[in-house]
Design a protein around this ligand. Sequence first.
Ligand code: HEC
Length: 148
Amino acid sequence: MSERFTKGMARNIYYGGGAFFFLLFVALTFDTVTVLPKRENRDQLTAQVAHGKALWEENNCIGCHTLLGEGAYFAPELGNVFKRRGMENEAVFKAYFSAWLKAMPTGVEGRRQMPQFHLNDEELNDLAEFLIWTSRINTNDWPPGIEG
Ligand code: HEC
């Protein structure tokens, strides 16, 4: 074995493999960086969407919800709530969203409760805009289920 597998061969595998996977890493990074702007629709980032994102953070919605899988697993995923509850219609979703947040907490026995945030109409509109924008990010159809 020692005659066939020399130190030189081991070194070549080490350097060759290292170089190969480093180049693969650079190529995949380049691919991600070029593809991301198309997938996330950054040209559709309005001031309302940005304000909605700020409200999302200030009110710690992520403390209970997930957004595209990231966050807490206490309450439903909201990255696709526009499709789930708004049927991809902005007016329908905004009406639903505003009614939902105003009706909190439901007080229904046995259901997890969401707090009342006392947001005004402009804030509700901008939060809805943020969730609409998020739902349009191309995630390769993730999550797989509409309720997910
Ligand atoms: C303390 C935990 C908690 C926080 C914080 C919270 N939620 Fe919720 N949310 C819930 C729970 C629990 C439900 C599910 C309630 C139910 O189905 O009765 C829910 C449901 C929802 C739904 C309906 C989801 C669906 O599929 O119908 C929306 C929309 C929503 N939350 C938005 C928000 C937003 C926006 C914020 C931040 C401003 C927020 N939530 C903060 C707990 C929370």
